[in-house]
Design a protein around this ligand. Sequence first.
Ligand SMILES: NC(=O)C1=CN([C@@H]2O[C@H](COP(=O)(O)OP(=O)(O)OC[C@H]3O[C@@H](n4cnc5c(N)ncnc54)[C@H](O)[C@@H]3O)[C@@H](O)[C@H]2O)C=CC1
Ligand SMILES: O=C(O)[C@@H]1CCC=N1
Length: 275
Amino acid sequence: MANHITFIGAGNMASAIIGGLIDSGFSPSSITATSPDDAMLAPVRERLGIHTDTDNNAAVSQADVVVLAVKPQIMRQVCEAMRDSVQHQKPLIISIAAGLDADTIDAWLGGGNALVRCMPNTPSLVGYGASGLFANARVSAEQRDVATELMEAVGIVEWVEDEALLEAVTAVSGSAPAYFFLMFEAMEEAGVKLGLPAATARRLAIQTALGAATMAKQSDKDPATLKQNVMSPGGTTERAIAHLEEANLRGTMEEAMQACAKRAQEMAKELSTNN
Ligand SMILES: NC(=O)C1=CN([C@@H]2O[C@H](COP(=O)(O)OP(=O)(O)OC[C@H]3O[C@@H](n4cnc5c(N)ncnc54)[C@H](O)[C@@H]3O)[C@@H](O)[C@H]2O)C=CC1
Ligand SMILES: O=C(O)[C@@H]1CCC=N1
């Protein structure tokens, strides 16, 4: 495992990963998070007990792993400003930015870096993250293990050998918590229209999703069979599923996920040329 990890950026995704790491036993004293605004750092410092710094270069100079966790739109400026300290320190770089390819980030950091691109998701905060990882040619087997260990501390890890597949990972898991949260909103709203108090509908819907996900994960049956097991012939579920199929839920999911992957591609083009 890494001796010291520095997170450049301390927003939603960095705090989710840091929170998950600490819950899984990683020492807060081995983690630093940065932001130019100390007011943003105070809550993570107080809540998580980690080191914080408003100076990215100072934070990089102590790290053997640097996680780039700023918005893609400011990544170039952030990377170029810490190029010298990265070149001096030569840490393993892990970028979690959507739509920014490994070569582009490596070039912004001066080139020659061992760089892992990771597409995590926010359930990392509760230890149920799902991350897709890609390593550039400079990443050693030991560094791969470090990246795996880091992200496995907050969930499951899938390596891809073709970087372009991270776009698919973004559609299937990176952005996907939001699809399920939308589903919870919709189920709560519909439950209220059917007469339930909002809080009751929300609790039932969320618990049901947790139960369904746990069953799907633990069972040796595929999701289609598990679905079939809920559907009594001529019963209530059959009617609901027929409605969802007629409304083309599958097609809608496919279109949404294609749009997600396409946006990752567009961001890669926009950010590598216009940034
Ligand atoms: N939110 C999500 O579900 C996911 C986000 N990502 C990626 O994670 C990255 C971060 O996203 P979020 O955490 O959602 O954004 P965020 O806006 O919550 O966090 C960004 C952080 O960067 C900090 N920051 C701004 N300028 C900085 C600088 N010069 N130096 C250091 N820190 C600076 C901000 O203070 C803030 O703490 C993005 O690249 C995004 O594509 C990837 C997967 C999922
Ligand atoms: O929406 C986004 O661009 C980021 C990347 C994946 C999840 N959130």
